[in-house]
Design a protein around this ligand. Structure first.
Ligand code: ATP
Length: 527
């Protein structure tokens, strides 16, 4: 039995359908079969995205063709092919400009003698893109059998259909994994510990507002538990089975804000190597938590406001809008009303976000909750370090209750972790109940940045010029100032990079600079 070239090509393309390969290789193999079957010097497959054609596979055209795009409006040949449901042929003498002018890899004769043929491809009745064939020999397309061409086009459409289906399933799997990861993180930490009237009142209020979809603005000093409050709200809401997506507005680089929040299409900007969903899309059906909202630059606030008002987002580089169903919770340790008054925060965005304002009380107003929380952190550390029972002795309890906690619950958490670590280094006997004393707690004056007491002592010994009468607070500040300046210089005055290096939240880092009186702009000028 003899086989025809058409039958061989069909068998090759059809068997590729059931093979595992990337969309690009699938398309490339389709074009190779096409070039073997029909007399031509170049073939190309172009995908229509909005109003532009993007080459996704080429054969016989110069390598850079894949990096180009063709605006349909500027290319009358492509426009004509897209409008037709039949193959469109452009004879050698056709006056319309050739989009591949200069791109045919083997061309050594003048381009105007080309024969071109193009076919629009349809997937689910909608135009997907087009296939083009170019030949250097005029009239060569006369020999093409129209039935074979039609058969091949249907096969090409089936290949594209399979490929897009596989891609969308892969995207769905990636999204589901991401959602599952976020859900697991949500489940883990949303319990708010506290029995004081301040915390009981807060929890009652949260349980009421959780049932609604109102935008909540959580305010409170640093480390009071605003993120935990957001987790609690989400976990108690009807959206608990959908993700809570976290965005740190202080850490969003200004040039990437839009792409982080709304996503981007492939090639939207240099570095955008693939299509990516933004935080809004990831939070669809769930909650978007905008932490440190007060740090969001004024220039980006209108973009956020627009998305919140319209309930739809546009990926960077795309003309299309996606509807999203997102509940927004924002948090700040700034006085946002004051920020509005001084022109640093937009009033309209403030009103949009603060439909239901919630204030998280500072730790110093929670009375004996300090001891409950200390017990909670002791237990966490005990488990992590595999220790036996741990307790606070009387001196430790009194010291904890007497301190005014400028760094709030986070300060307490760090303090207990350090003390347990010190204790575990010296007492390793199994089965013994270990007691934490006030001395071991070594309560610092400020712990927004966890600096060890030993670091400060070492600093004082290293700096002969430092007067020995420095208080612990002064010595700590001086040590922090020097450390911060050193890291700033090393990191080219990039605050985000410095915050990362010092393991400090970027918002806290900015506040630390302010407190220490470090003026980055001034430092730059001095260089
Ligand atoms: N009531 C609480 N019960 C248990 N843990 C708490 C409580 N409040 C805060 N924490 C813990 O204290 C730490 C700091 O809390 P969180 O990060 O929520 O504070 P924050 O107010 O968002 O801080 P920042 O203003 O710096 O962003 C976290 O580890 C959190 O789990």
């Amino acid at each position: 039995m003899t086989s025809s070239p058409m039958a061989d090509s069909m068998i090759s393309v059809v068997s590729d359908l059931s093979r595992q390969m990337t969309a690009n290789s699938r398309y490339q193999r389709l074009l190779d079969s096409m070039q073997g079957l029909f007399p031509c010097d170049a073939v190309a497959l172009l995908q229509l995205r909005d109003t532009t054609l993007h080459p996704v596979a080429v054969s016989g055209l110069s390598d850079d063709t894949l990096g180009r795009t063709f605006v349909v409006e500027d290319q009358p040949r492509f426009a004509r092919i897209l409008l037709s449901h039949e193959p469109v042929r452009f004879e050698a003498g056709c006056e319309l400009p050739d989009p591949y002018d200069g791109l045919i890899a083997t061309a050594d004769s003048p381009l105007h003698v080309h024969d071109c043929l193009g076919v629009a491809l349809y997937i689910d009745e909608r135009p997907w893109g087009l296939l083009t064939l170019d030949a250097l020999t005029p009239g060569v397309f006369d020999t093409i059998n129209p039935t074979e061409l039609r058969t091949f086009i249907r096969l090409a459409e089936a290949t594209i259909r399979v490929s897009t289906l596989i891609q969308s399933l892969q995207r769905q799997v990636v999204r589901e994994h991401e959602v599952a990861r976020l859900l697991a993180a949500d489940m883990s930490r949303s319990e708010l510990i506290g029995e004081s009237p301040a915390i009981r009142g807060l929890i009652e209020e949260l349980d009421v507002v959780a049932r609604s979809d109102l935008a909540v603005l959580i305010s409170g000093e640093t480390g009071t538990g605003k993120e935990l409050v957001a987790r609690h709200l989400h976990a108690a809401s009807s959206r608990a089975d959908a993700p809570l997506v976290y965005v740190n507005c202080a850490a969003l680089p200004e040039n990437l804000v839009e792409s982080e929040l709304f996503g981007h299409t492939k090639g939207a900007f240099s570095g955008a190597t693939g299509t990516r969903s933004g935080k809004f899309e990831l939070a669809d059906g769930g909650t978007l938590f905008l932490d440190e909202i007060g740090e969001m630059p004024l220039a980006t606030q209108p973009k956020l406001l627009r998305a919140l008002q319209a309930g739809e987002v546009q990926r960077v580089g795309s003309d299309r809008y996606h509807r999203v169903d997102v509940r927004v919770i924002a948090a700040t340790n700034r006085d946002l009303k004051q920020e509005v008054a001084s022109g640093r925060f937009r009033a309209d965005l403030y009103h949009r976000l603060s439909v239901y304002p919630v204030l998280v009380p500072p730790l110093r107003e929670r009375g004996r909750d300090i001891l409950l929380l200390a017990g909670h952190f002791l237990e966490l550390n005990r488990r992590n370090l595999g220790l036996g029972a741990l307790r606070l002795d009387r001196s430790a309890r009194e010291a904890l209750l007497a301190h005014d906690w400028p760094g709030n619950v986070r300060e307490l958490e760090h303090l207990i972790s350090r003390a347990v670590l010190r204790l575990s280094a010296t007492h390793r006997k199994p089965g013994k109940v270990l007691s934490l004393t006030a001395e071991l707690l070594a309560l610092p004056c400020d712990s927004t940045t966890p600096v060890l007491l030993s670091d400060v002592t070492e600093y004082q010994q290293r700096s002969p010029g430092t007067p020995s009468v420095l208080s612990l607070r002064e010595a700590t500040d001086q040590f922090q100032r020097e450390l911060v300046c050193r890291v700033l210089r090393r990191k080219g005055y990039n605050r985000t990079a410095c915050a990362r290096e010092l393991s400090v939240d970027p918002g806290n880092f900015t506040r630390l600079l302010k407190r220490l009186g470090v003026d980055v702009e001034e430092m730059k000028r001095e260089v």
